[in-house]
Every structure is written in C-alpha cells, then in structure tokens.
Design a protein. Structure first.
Lengths: 82, 316
C-alpha cells in the first residue's frame, strides 16, 4: 500500500509500505494493505512505516515523528495529514 | 544638439539599467518555477483533507460546527439604520515589492470593490494583510489592519497556521460573520486574475473547486484526474473530533494555496514587466547610439570645415 505523510507545504514521507503503525486516538494501531476505509485522529508520537527492501527478507523500518493529525485509510493506501 | 559626453553618460546609465532588469527577469523566472513546484507538493494533503470532508459532509456535526454554520443575522436590528449588520474579515494577499505591473493594484481594487458593494462601513471591516503593499494600501485608507505579515519567499506552514487560527478564532467567537480571502490567481505566465473566496463559513463546493484549481489544466504541471474515493469510511473516535481537526486544515489549504498563487503570480508578472523593460532599454540604447554617432560626425565635419576655412584664409 502507498503511504503518504504530508504537511500542508511539504510531503514528509511517500512510498510503498507493508504496514503502518500510528498512535491513534484510541490506542496504537497497525494498518496493513486492504484495510477497511477509515478516518481517525492521531495523537503525538511516532508513525512507524515498515517496507520491503530489495534482496533481503528484513523489513526496512522508517520512523516519522508526528505532532498529531489525521489518518485517512483507503483500500490502496493511507495518508496522514499533520 | 546635446553634448557628446551627455549622450555617452545616458547610454551608460541605460546599459546598467538593462543589466539590472535582465537579472531581475531571470531571478523571477526561477522563483516562479519554484512556486509552481511547491503548489504540487501540497496536493496529497489537499486531496486527503477534501476526501475526509466529503465523507463527513452528511454528518449532523458538520452543519452545526462553528466554522461551517453561517451566523444568523440579527433580525431585530432597526430598519432605519443604513449600516449592514455584517462584519467581515478580509485576508488580502499581495507582494512586498512593486515592479510587477498591475498585479497588486488589481487585487487591492478587487477587495475594495467588494467592501463597497457589500455596503459595509469601514468600522465593520477588518483586514489581515500579507505583503507590504496590502498593508500600506489599507492603512492609508483608514481600515483596521489587524495583522500584518510580510510576504517573503520562504513560506512556512507556521505562517499559514497563524493566519488560519486568527481568522477561525474571530469567526467562531462571532467577532466577524464572514472571512474572505483575496489574491491573485495564477493562470498562465502572462495571465493572472484577482480572485476572491469565502473561507468561513467553510463550504465544500468552494473548497473542492480550489483543490481542483491547484492542478493546472494544461502545461508541464497538469496531472491526470484523481482516483475514485471510497464511499464509506469508519470514523474514530467520533465525527465531531475528526471535524474539529479537519476543518482548520481545510482552511489552511485555502490560505496556503492562495499564498502560493500570489507568489507565482508575483514572479511571473515581474518577469513579464522586466522583460518589456529590458526590451525598451535596448531600444533606447539603439536610438541614443545613433544620436551619439550623428553628433560625433557633426563635430568632426565642423572641425574639418573650420580647419580648411582657416587654411584658405591664410593662403589668400
């Protein structure tokens, strides 16, 4: 799934990911591909993005600090707006 | 005929001006491209925010939200009074510097005309000015400029948030009934149009239009149509909580893109006017060079005829 983390004036992260873990309003949650469409508020914390890397079975982990925001999940991806 | 030295000095000064205008043209061209690229960088944000709002557009919480609900005008106001009960806040965006043709005056005229047409008195209008030109214009005309920000090249989301917060506070506490934004919309390099939108009360159709306008219809930065949005979302923790967050963000999209459009317009307008200034300087230089050559030739002819005249006088 395609994950985008965007501020109004810049995109902080954009890329394919296997999973996305975020500090949701009602606790931490992890989103995988083909998730039900969802809109939720986020608390301050870290968004953790795990993506495949070429030639290795290990997942590449990417952390982005977020000051809170909104998460929109579609079947094909997720967008966090800060 | 003007002295040779005077003409020479004039040519030199025009050459210097030409160099300056040419440099300014090149700088504006580069800055214009940067502003266009930035407008595209904000697209995923705008798309997601509008998708969330359209999902929630049927919600009860939306129509009652303080940033969406139109203030009901006080009908008990006495009929004899000529002043309109509406108080409005105008966010006016111009550039800091001039030398950009009719760019700023068009925006300022548009804002002033709207104020006049709505029949509001000066005391009912407040201004948030971005750009020195807007500040000067409204200050000298006696409007209340509440907040002034210079319009620098380095736009930050902090500036946008500050403006939105200020406007949202004034609207939701009932200090003003209407928040409008006036700016120069970038259409092409040669065409900009003064544009006005109502920011608060927020309306979904107006917002969708702004988001659509972010992507130019043609040219290097045009993009394919957006993918289909899902019909239904789960909403957590509640529609109200999500709305509280998403509505100010939508307003930031308004303000941010208006700022970008203003900057792109400023730089393209300056590029065009500097190009015509460079062309004009070239023309003047050409004319003066001709004049200089003629004057020099006249001086030589005169000297030669004086010498030959003197020789003939001595010979006779």
């Amino acid at each position: 799934m395609k994950v985008i983390i965007a501020k109004v004036d810049e995109t902080l992260f954009s890329g394919d990911a296997v999973s996305l873990t975020v500090p949701g309003a009602e606790g931490e949650m992890t989103i995988l591909g083909e998730h039900e469409p969802l809109v939720t508020t986020l608390k301050a914390g870290f968004a953790i993005i795990r993506s495949k890397q070429e030639g290795s079975s290990e997942l590449l982990v990417h952390e982005v600090a977020i000051p809170g925001g909104l998460l929109e999940v579609r079947r094909d991806g997720a967008t966090i707006i800060l | 005929m003007a002295g040779l030295k005077a003409i020479k000095t004039k040519i030199r000064s025009i050459q210097k001006t030409e160099k300056v205008t040419k440099a300014m043209e090149a700088v504006s061209a580069a800055k214009m491209r940067k502003a266009q690229v930035r407008a595209l960088a904000g697209r995923p944000y705008a798309r997601a925010a509008v998708a969330i709002l359209s999902r929630l557009s049927g919600a009860q919480a939306l129509s009652n939200h303080p940033l969406v609900r139109a203030h009901t005008l006080d009908t008990t106001i006495d009929v004899g009074s000529t002043t309109s009960p509406t108080r409005a806040l105008y966010i006016v965006l111009t550039s800091d510097k001039g030398l950009a043709g009719a760019l700023n005056s068009a925006v300022l005229r548009r804002a002033e005309r709207d104020i006049r047409d709505s029949g509001m008195s000066r005391s009912h209008v407040s201004i948030i000015a971005v750009g020195r030109k807007a500040n000067d214009f409204f200050t000298t005309r006696g409007y209340a400029v509440e907040v002034y920000h210079p319009n620098t090249d380095t736009l930050t989301s902090e500036l946008v948030d500050e403006i939105v917060l200020e406007a949202a506070n004034r609207f939701s506490t009932g200090v003003v009934d209407l928040v409008k934004i006036v700016y120069q919309q970038f259409i092409t390099t040669f065409e900009q149009r003064p544009t006005m939108h109502t920011v608060f009360p927020l309306s979904l159709p107006e917002l969708s239009q702004v988001v659509k306008d972010i992507i130019p219809a043609r040219g290097a930065f045009s993009a394919p149509a957006a993918e289909d949005e899902p019909r239904a979302y789960e909403v957590e923790p509640s529609e109200g909580a999500v709305l509280d967050l998403v509505l100010p963000k939508l307003a930031s999209i308004f303000v941010y893109h208006a700022l970008l459009e203003t900057q792109a317009s400023e730089h393209s307008a300056r590029m065009v006017s500097m190009k015509s200034a460079t062309d004009k300087a070239g023309e003047m230089e050409h004319g003066l060079t001709l004049q200089f050559n003629k004057a020099r030739q006249a001086a030589i002819t005169r000297e030669v005829s004086e010498i030959t005249g003197g020789m003939e006088a001595m010979a006779s």
